[in-house]
Design a protein around this ligand. Structure first.
Ligand code: ZN
Ligand code: ZN
Length: 202
């Protein structure tokens, strides 16, 4: 039986990350260290066991570090405990749902205003320094407050409605009221992320 300390040991966590993410890279190392630090700061010792219902994480990028944070914390979108915000920032916020303690951890800007292209990143991927540097050189940690709405929390949907424009069902209060109509967000905005082509019979 692993002790509490062992569960969030760097090597143990990195193994879990490697198994889930498929490789070891700068982003996954940074995410692993960020997740261990975040859990520590909010007082979560056993995220996949005793504390599994007390934890929620916001990640601010859809990249390797997000996989690492998922693998270390056990939070994931299907459980509604991992919220992915597509800001392209190496940052995450860890919420202890029981105590309310919440911290945001952001990677320190160590490059100033330098613009790095994919080529630059391939030449020097930062993998080793992310593994070796002391935490205080890598991360800014700040206590924050996050307003969690009941409809964002784990559990069955509070409400499901039908969009009056497209007829599709909308869960979790993601609908909007516009000119007296109940609409899904794409219909309300008048734009979607896809362009419809021909319908296909399954
Ligand atoms: Zn990766
Ligand atoms: Zn709609």
């Amino acid at each position: 039986m692993a002790t509490t300390d062992d569960m969030l040991d760097f090597e143990t966590c990195l193994n879990a990350v490697r198994a889930f993410h498929g490789h070891c890279c700068a982003g996954s190392i940074l995410g692993t260290r960020m997740a261990i630090l975040g859990l520590h700061e909010i007082g979560i010792a056993d995220p996949k066991g005793a504390d599994r219902k007390n934890l929620l994480v916001f990640v601010e990028m859809d990249r390797c570090a997000s996989d690492a944070i998922l693998a270390v914390t056990g939070c994931h979108p299907g459980k509604r405990t991992l919220k992915i915000l597509d800001f392209g920032k190496m940052a995450a916020t860890f919420v202890n749902l029981k105590t309310g303690k919440t911290v945001r951890i952001a990677a320190k800007n160590r490059e100033g205003n330098a613009v790095r292209t994919r080529e630059d990143i391939e030449k020097s991927p930062h993998t080793e320094e992310y593994a070796m540097l002391p935490l205080e050189e890598l991360f800014e940690v700040r206590e924050v407050r996050v307003e969690l709405k009941p409809e964002d929390l784990p559990g069955r949907p509070l409400l499901v409605v039908t969009c009056e424009a497209c007829g599709e069902r909308v869960m979790d209060m993601r609908h909007v009221y516009r000119d007296g109509k109940t609409l899904c967000r794409p219909c309300a905005a008048g734009e979607n992320y896809y362009t419809p082509q021909k319908e296909v019979r399954p």
